[in-house]
Design a protein around this ligand. Sequence first.
Ligand code: DX5
Ligand code: ZN
Length: 218
Amino acid sequence: MTKMVKIAPSILSADFARLGEEVRAVDAAGCDYIHVDVMDGHFVPNLTFGPPVIKCLRPVTKKPFDVHLMINPAQPYLQDYAEAGADIITVHVEADPHLDRSLQVIRSFGKKAGVSLNPGTPESAVEHVLDKVDLILVMSVNPGFGGQSFIPSQLKKIERLREMIGDRPIELEVDGGINAETAADVIAAGAKVLVAGNAVFGGGDYTDTIAALRPAAN
Ligand code: DX5
Ligand code: ZN
């Protein structure tokens, strides 16, 4: 079970002045995905970057770009992110009155479709799209910033989602406050993809910081 745990470093915590080098470094250090946090200063109280930056980073690595859209609306921009080189495009259920359509649009570009839930959003919000989604992203902090503390109430939600997913080929990802300790808890609850910003980029050798998040059995 634990053998399939993937690590997705969030470049939100990288050194933006050396972004290309940072992506190359976590690739070489053995990450599985590159997690790209897109923020609009409206859905979340912070601003990051958009398609041009993703496009510039695309030639740097072959690892999948796991693009987490914290923007409202998202639908008008989905094609831009697909064309910029995203592999997985995740929209927030709270920011999308037409979630079912957005997921179809993302898949129509040949990309994997993800849906994310804020800490206050119950898992029932994604029940109607379980057959149209490739990834479910549980926010274990209030989205907007790296380096926040893990919200323990999300563990039960992860367990319930794992149950709801059943045999479907849906990746269950967790984002926010992941470190060696909380990684063990979310894996035990059923998560298979761990986003980590501060824990990877916050200090130390990237091979070591990534390895510290993987279960010993990996
Ligand atoms: C928060 C972002 C996260 C964040 C994670 O809004 O979606 O991806 O960068 O950072 P850490 O791992 O530092 O909590
Ligand atoms: Zn994220």
